[in-house]
Design a protein around this ligand. Structure first.
Ligand code: SF4
Length: 471
């Protein structure tokens, strides 16, 4: 049989990264080999994101570049998947007539059959039906490089309807996978050498509630018992659903990393109400206190939107004030943009682009001081680091850092990147393998990463949660 090749461009969040791996695994079954070389491809897929306008533009500009490819190779199949496909459906064929298949967020399991149909009949296909279960296609571990850490989707969709967000419209309502299915998938990854698992969902805190499955905390306990897995992470959590039971997991489960991403979006109660977030800044701050009481070293990161319709200078000051109170370890900040279907499109009192830009800059400058301070506080401490692989060259702007061929990179339990030198033949004796957890003494803090040196050469420590050790 002739080899067929698939090239896939993934835009957006970890859910899309995971779906891409499922697409690759599904299409392998009908003879497609994944290639990083677009020239070689017989099938090109763009897995799109529509959470923000920029991501959507990125997808269409990629499709624009494919026009000349399609002319050169008339048999080439072009597919559009993900959130933009779900949102726009047939309209994509009008806008980009050479697209062959549009498949929505629930159509990944049906894709191999759809592609086979396309190969036979050469007729454009649009498949954006919602399904009420998640198809059990498991990503192949050979597509994860390096296979030290990976994602596992535990649920899909969202029932929250925040007024700026299109997820409930493009990913559908919440559906949770059965715990046995999730645990079997994780066991298979652990057997293949994966050491860190990130459980994914739009709102993992409400896992299983609708279906009457186990709670998310119970699921974490079960994952914690899987041999071979050293670290567990999860994302994303809605603050209103962050239970005391889940907070206690940070104290009780040895493999659960000391990091939570808890999107707050605004520090103003007026804006939180308009966003339909269903918590107040006071409730959010209470949860932060409880998290820090349960796990004093926990790193807390968040998302923030500036310039939501109606946001006044005083609302924005409330956001800065909340940032000063929490001192986030990291923050993803965005300027509000209208998204189709989201109710906030119809809100009047839009904030000007100039004000949004100025507020975003002010917020990023403030966050920079907290991110750096968080990193600097680790200098002199010993951290357990999960080794990910050989290090990447430092950006040219950072001339203070030497590049060394023995450079390695890994992550702390608090999700900070740590670079270090490992000389197997001289200094440290033994070869280092991705997936090991080793102790590193931090000796330098940069804006977004740390540098350190291995301590007690040869001693590696499995399942160390990330406590600091006296240096
Ligand atoms: S919780 Fe809100 S912001 Fe998050 S996915 Fe659901 S609707 Fe969107």
């Amino acid at each position: 049989m002739k080899h067929k090749y698939l090239y896939i461009n993934t835009i957006g969040c970890q859910m899309n990264v995971y779906d891409t791996r499922r697409i690759i695994a599904g299409l392998q079954a009908i003879g497609y080999h994944h290639t990083p070389d677009m020239e070689q491809a017989d099938l090109i897929i763009v897995n799109t994101c529509s959470i923000r306008e920029k991501a959507e533009q990125k997808a269409f500009s990629f499709l624009g570049r494919l026009a000349s490819f399609k002319k050169k190779k008339p048999g080439l199949i072009v597919g559009v998947g993900g959130c933009v496909a779900q949102q726009e459906g047939k309209a994509i064929l009008k806008r980009v007539p050479f697209v062959d298949i549009v498949f929505g967020t629930h159509a990944v399991g049906r894709l191999p059959a759809r592609i086979s149909e396309m190969e036979k009949h050469h007729q454009q296909i649009v498949d954006i039906e919602f399904a009420d279960t998640i198809e059990p296609i498991r990503p192949s571990i050979t597509d994860m490089n390096p296979p030290v850490s990976g994602f596992v989707t535990i649920m899909r969709g969202c029932d929250n309807f925040c007024t700026y967000c299109i997820v409930p419209y493009v990913r559908g309502r919440e559906i949770s996978r059965k715990p046995e299915e999730i645990l079997n998938e994780i066991k298979a990854y652990a057997d293949s050498g994966m050491r860190e698992i990130t459980l994914l969902g739009q709102n993992v805190n409400s896992y299983g509630k609708k279906e009457g499955l186990c709670s998310f905390s119970e699921l974490l306990e079960k994952v914690n018992r899987i041999d071979g897995i050293s670290r567990i992470r999860f994302t994303t959590s809605h603050p209103k659903d962050l239970s005391d039971e889940l907070i206690q997991c940070f104290a009780a489960l040895d493999k659960l990393c000391s990091h939570i991403h808890l999107p707050v979006q605004s520090g103003s109660n007026t804006i939180l109400k308009k966003m339909n977030r269903r918590y107040t800044r006071e409730r959010y701050l209470e949860k932060i206190e409880k998290l820090r009481a349960a796990c004093p070293d926990i790193a807390i990161t968040s998302d923030m939107i500036v310039g939501f319709p109606g946001e006044t200078d005083s609302d924005f000051e409330d956001t800065l004030d909340l940032m000063k109170t929490v001192a986030f370890d990291g923050l993803f900040a965005f300027s509000y943009s209208d998204r189709p279907h989201a109710p906030a499109v119809h809100f009047t009192e839009k904030v000007s682009e100039t004000d949004k830009k100025a507020r975003l800059q002010k917020l990023l400058d403030l966050q920079e001081t907290y991110t750096r301070a968080g990193n600097t506080s680790l200098v002199g401490k010993i951290e357990s680091v999960l080794v990910e692989g050989p290090g990447k060259k430092q950006p040219a702007t950072d001339s203070s850092v030497d590049v060394d061929e023995n450079q390695w990179t890994g992550r702390t339990s608090t999700n900070r990147i740590v670079n270090f030198i490992w000389k197997e033949n001289t200094l440290h004796g033994t070869p280092l393998t991705p997936g090991e957890i080793i102790l590193i003494k931090i000796n330098r803090a940069l804006s977004h990463s740390l540098w350190g040196e291995p301590v007690h050469p040869g001693i590696s420590s499995q399942n160390i949660k990330g406590e600091h050790y006296a240096a």
